[in-house]
Write a protein that binds this ligand. Structure first.
Ligand code: FAD
Length: 468
C-alpha cells in the first residue's frame, strides 16, 4: 500500500492541474514544491509576472492610448521600477493564494521542499534545513518540474548589468538602453515591453529571422511597429562578448559591431529542471537539455511515471502544460479523455500582441491545400477607432474546396482572446459561411471575423465569376 495514489513533483500549471484532476477523481494526492515557488515558474518568474509587467507598462505609459491623446500622453510621467514591481508582487501574491486554496480544499497534501527519487515509487522531499525531509511512496507519479533560463557558461550574469528573464523581476532600475540577446518569444516580448517604456532596445538574433513559426505578414507588422519605437534588429549576428564597465555594457558582435547599452538581457532558451531528481533511481533519464521523453499519453519509459509541461519540451506553454497535467492524471487512473492537439492556439504577448491557431499559409502551400485569404484591418472597424488601434489585423485562411476555416492569424489589441472564436469554429468543423451569416455585437473587435469572412467569400466568388 502506497502513501498516495498520485504524487506530483512541481506546482506549475502542469502539476497543479494533474493534482486537482486526480483529487476530483477521489484519489489521495500530494504535490511537492520548493517553499517559495508555489504556482511554479508560471506564477513566480514567467507567465504571470511578465504579463503583469506588460499590463503595468501599458497602463502607466498610456502607450495604448497615444493614438487618441497624442505621443506625449502618460498616466505617470516618471515611471520607476518600483511602480512596475508593485503590481507584479500584488498579482503573484493573489495567484499563490488562489492555487494554495484550490489544492487545500481538494485535500491535496502540499509537501514543501525539493523532491528526488529514491526508487521508482519512492520520493524524498527535502526541506530547506538539514534533516527536515519526508519520504513518501506513491502508486503513480507526475513529474512537472519545468525549466529554468539557460545561462551560457561564458556569460557572467550579475543580475544588474547582465540579466536573464528571471532577473527582470529583481531589477533595481529601468534601463535607458538594453540589448536583448535572442529573439525567441520571451526575448521579443520583453524587448517590446521595454521599448514601450521608452528604453532604446537592440535585439541580436543569430538566425536570419524571428518567430518563423508565425505568419510572415504578422511578423513584418510587429517588426515595423517595433522599429517605429526605436527597436533595432541585428539578425544573423552572433554575440562575441559582453564587457561590463561602471557606466554600462558593451556588446561586441562577431561581425565587429559594438553596441553600448545600460543592460544586456539574455534570452537564450531554457533548460529542463531534472538534475536534482536523481532520475536514474527511477529508471529514467533526461536529454542534454534536461528534457524527459514521453508517449502520447505523457507516460515516460517507466509506465507509472508521467511527465508534463515544459520539462517534456515543445510547445512549453502554461496553456498546454495545464491540459497535459489533466490528461496525464486521467490516463493514470483510467478516466477517458480527448485531446485536441492540432488546434493549439499560440499567444505572443508582444506590444502589440500576436496570436494564431491552425495552419499558416506556408504550411498550406507546402502541402498543396488550396485556400483563400480573408483580411480585416482594425482601422476599418469602429471598435478599432474607439480603442485607438489602427494597426491591428485579422487574417482568415479558408479552404476553397469545402469553405472550412483552416487558420486564423491576428495582430493587435485582444488578439490572444479573439483567436478562440476561430479556434472554436475550426474545432467544430465550421465553414466561413457561419461567420458571414452570424450576427456579432457591434462595435466589437470580433467584427473583424465577419469582415474577413466576407473578404474571403467575395474572393472565392470572384474566381467562380471569372470561370475558375
Ligand atoms: C518570461 C516567461 C513568459 C512566459 N509567458 C507565457 C505566456 O504568456 N503564456 C504561456 O502559456 N506560457 C508562458 N510561459 C511559459 C510558462 O510559464 C510555462 O510553460 C509553464 O510555467 C510551464 O509549466 P510547468 O507545469 O511545466 O511548470 P513550471 O511553471 O515551470 O514550474 C515547475 C515547478 O517545479 C518546481 N520544481 C522543480 N524541480 C523540483 C523538485 N525537484 N522538487 C520540487 N519542486 C520542483 C519548480 O520550483 C517550479 O515551481 C512563459 C515563460 C516565461 C519564462
Amino acid at each position: 500500500m502506497y502513501d498516495y495514489d498520485l504524487l506530483v513533483i512541481g506546482s506549475g500549471p502542469g502539476g497543479q492541474k494533474a493534482a486537482i484532476a486526480a483529487a476530483k477523481l477521489g484519489k489521495r494526492v500530494s504535490i511537492a514544491e520548493r517553499r517559495d515557488m508555489m504556482g511554479g515558474v508560471c506564477v513566480n518568474t514567467g507567465t504571470i509576472p511578465s504579463k503583469t509587467f506588460r499590463e503595468a507598462v501599458l497602463y502607466l505609459t498610456g502607450f495604448a492610448q497615444r493614438d487618441i491623446y497624442g505621443a506625449s500622453y502618460r498616466v505617470k510621467s516618471e515611471i520607476t521600477i518600483a511602480d512596475l514591481l508593485a503590481r507584479i508582487r500584488h498579482v503573484i501574491g493573489r495567484e499563490v493564494e488562489v492555487i494554495r486554496n484550490q489544492l487545500l480544499r481538494n485535500h491535496v497534501d502540499i509537501l514543501g521542499g525539493t523532491a528526488r527519487f529514491e526508487d521508482p515509487h519512492t520520493v524524498v522531499v527535502g526541506g530547506s534545513t538539514r534533516g527536515e525531509h519526508v519520504t513518501v511512496s506513491s502508486e503513480k507519479i507526475v513529474i512537472a518540474t519545468g525549466t529554468r533560463p539557460a545561462r551560457p557558461d561564458e556569460v557572467e550574469f550579475d543580475d544588474d548589468h547582465i540579466v536573464d528573464s528571471d532577473a527582470v523581476l529583481r531589477l533595481q532600475r529601468i534601463p535607458s538602453s538594453l540589448v536583448v540577446v535572442g529573439a525567441g518569444v520571451i526575448g521579443i516580448e520583453y524587448a517590446s515591453m521595454f521599448a514601450a517604456l521608452g528604453t532604446k532596445v537592440t535585439v541580436v538574433e543569430k538566425r536570419p529571422q524571428m518567430l518563423e513559426f508565425c505568419d510572415p505578414e504578422v511578423v513584418e507588422s510587429l517588426k515595423f511597429h517595433l522599429r517605429d519605437h526605436a527597436v533595432t534588429f541585428r539578425f544573423g549576428e552572433k554575440v562575441a562578448k559582453v564587457e561590463v564597465a561602471e557606466r554600462g555594457t558593451v556588446t561586441s558582435l562577431a561581425s565587429g559591431k559594438k553596441i553600448p547599452a545600460d543592460m544586456v538581457m539574455y534570452s537564450a532558451g531554457r533548460q529542463g529542471v531534472t538534475e536534482e531528481l536523481y532520475l536514474d533511481k527511477a529508471g529514467l533519464s533526461a536529454d542534454a537539455r534536461g528534457r524527459i521523453a514521453v508517449d502520447d499519453d505523457y507516460r515516460t519509459e517507466v509506465g507509472h511515471i508521467y511527465a508534463v509541461g515544459d520539462v517534456i519540451g515543445f510547445p512549453a506553454l502554461a496553456a498546454t502544460a495545464m491540459d497535459q497535467g489533466r490528461l496525464a492524471a486521467y490516463h493514470a487512473f483510467g478516466e477517458p479523455a480527448q485531446q485536441l492537439r492540432a488546434l493549439q492556439p499560440i499567444g505572443i504577448y508582444t506590444v502589440p500582441e500576436i496570436s494564431y491557431c491552425g495552419k499558416t499559409e506556408a504550411e498550406l502551400t507546402e502541402s498543396a491545400v488550396p485556400y483563400e485569404v480573408g483580411m480585416s484591418r482594425y482601422r476599418e472597424l469602429a471598435r478599432g477607432a474607439i480603442v485607438g488601434d489602427p494597426y491591428g489585423m485579422l487574417k482568415l485562411l479558408v479552404s476553397t474546396e469545402d469553405r472550412t476555416l483552416l487558420g486564423v492569424h491576428l495582430f493587435g489589441s485582444g488578439a490572444t482572446d479573439l483567436v478562440h472564436i476561430g479556434q472554436t469554429l475550426m474545432a467544430c468543423g465550421g465553414t466561413v459561411d457561419y461567420l458571414v451569416d452570424t450576427v456579432l455585437n457591434y462595435p466589437t473587435l470580433s467584427e473583424a471575423y465577419k469582415v474577413a469572412a466576407l473578404d474571403a467569400t467575395n474572393k472565392i466568388r470572384a474566381v467562380q465569376t471569372f470561370g475558375g
